[in-house]
Design a protein around this ligand. Sequence first.
Ligand SMILES: *Cc1c(COP(=O)(O)O)cnc(C)c1O
Length: 377
Amino acid sequence: MIVFNQAPFTGKEFGYIQKAIDNKKICGDGEFTQKCSEWLEEKTGASKVLLTTSCTHALEMAALLCDIKEGDEVIMPSYTFVSTADAFVLRGAKIVFVDIRPDTMNIDETKIEDAITDKTKVIVPVHYAGVACEMDTIMDIAKRHNLMVVEDAAQGLMSTYKGKALGTIGDFGCISFHETKNYSMGEGGALYINDSKYIEDAEIIREKGTNRSKFFRGQIDKYTWVNAGSSYLPSDMNAAYLWAQLEIADEINDHRMELWNTYYEGLKSLEDKGLIELPKVPEGCVHNAHMFYVKAKDLEERTQLINYLKDNQITSVFHYIPLHSSEAGLKFGRFDGEDIHTTKESERLTRLPMNYAMTVEEAQEVVDRIIDFYKGK
Ligand SMILES: *Cc1c(COP(=O)(O)O)cnc(C)c1O
């Protein structure tokens, strides 16, 4: 059986969790939370990184920091995870979906400007598969229209755009450490704050609306309720699990890249024959092998391929059902312009097994079975 995903595990996790318990500080902001946040700041260059309970919660914090109010509009692709939209819908925003580019499955930057109205407040680029959106164009549009940019970089740790870490280009970046991501703490995430004027407000929102973070740093002698907030900080035991992976992040990345290249090189001949399409990584983008997908001819062929692989003990899974056609999407959003690629491309795509525990031989086995499937087509 070659499974699609298994949570990353390096072997050091138990020891670090034990250490968190021995520290007698299993709540938030202990030793391991600090280690992880400092590592992320160092690695990415973000001015401030706050570990959160999920990427969904990092997105919610970003929506609060952008001061989203009832009726504000937020532009994003429809081909994304529900949380990208949910975080803003919870604050009363209307979601304006625009089409994607078929090459990267990312928001089509040339369609954004048409979707802007006098109610637009934020653009949310989603870096699908850890491959960057066209950020220069997006940042230029945001600047000219005075909009904020929240990067959904849930899949993007270790990826860069023109040398900059994903999540550090817009006003805020949101990262996920869910067990399906390259680095995990079970459930967890991080908020990157790229403009230091938001750091204090972000700390307050994350700590139930109190100035407790300042208190812990000894900057004030008691802490109180200063604004509306929630509880977005994870337990230090979860951070301990994550630390075991961050400390060997390059090793994990190299292994995933090896699997990704095995797929790419093995399946290239099918692409050259026009039978399938493989992921595209634009010039200037360095990706993190978060995902490897193939695009079949259409929905019917994709279903056959998934079933064929399943019969051969290989799990491959399709991805997002476009949000604009979902029940909530119809209620909270509208699609601006024409859906040329979103639905069509989403129906062709299937993701192949990709995880740290997988071997190159297993990836080669998946390649061989896909080549078998296309024999005689
Ligand atoms: C995984 C993911 C999320 C949600 O992450 P959680 O940590 O599970 O909340 C949001 N957006 C995208 C694009 C994702 O892939």
